[in-house]
Design a protein around this ligand. Structure first.
Ligand code: HEC
Length: 109
């Protein structure tokens, strides 16, 4: 490999590592949401009747800092819905649901 290119690549990967350190832990939750496929439906453009992430965040912001309200929203998210059964919602562990609802309430960033 070309020596200059090698040095540049090395600098770049250092920068990426520094950036990921800076943006943890909020981005870890965004990564979790991405890994779990939340953006498949709530991304932009959002799928059919799914609200966008921004819309979900706006809605969840009402419960920001209120542990009881956040827990209730997390439970509601996991609950089976007869009208709109969503497997990804139902498969969430209580912990993951709470983490994601809390992350949404703080702006989903
Ligand atoms: C298959 C598409 C799909 C996927 C994947 C999906 N959602 Fe949803 N989600 C929806 C739809 C559709 C609604 C609106 C449900 C309704 O109208 O009853 C919704 C509603 C919600 C709501 C509002 C629920 C409420 O009752 O207030 C939250 C919060 C939410 N989703 C979070 C998530 C998170 C977090 C993930 C990732 C773990 C996720 N969703 C993955 C389709 C999806």
């Amino acid at each position: 490999m070309n020596k200059h290119l090698h040095a540049r690549l090395k600098r770049l990967s250092g920068l990426t590592a520094a950036l990921s350190l800076l943006t943890t832990p909020a981005s870890a939750n965004q990564q979790l949401a991405a890994d779990m496929g939340c953006y498949n439906c709530h991304g932009s453009p959002a799928l059919k009747n799914a609200p966008s992430m921004a819309r979900l965040a706006e809605h969840a912001a009402k419960a920001r800092g209120d542990d009881e309200a956040l827990k209730k929203r997390a439970e509601k998210l996991r609950a089976t819905s007869a009208l709109h059964p969503i497997a990804v919602h139902e498969r969430l562990s209580p912990e993951a649901a709470e983490l994601l609802v809390r992350w949404l309430s703080e702006g989903a960033k």
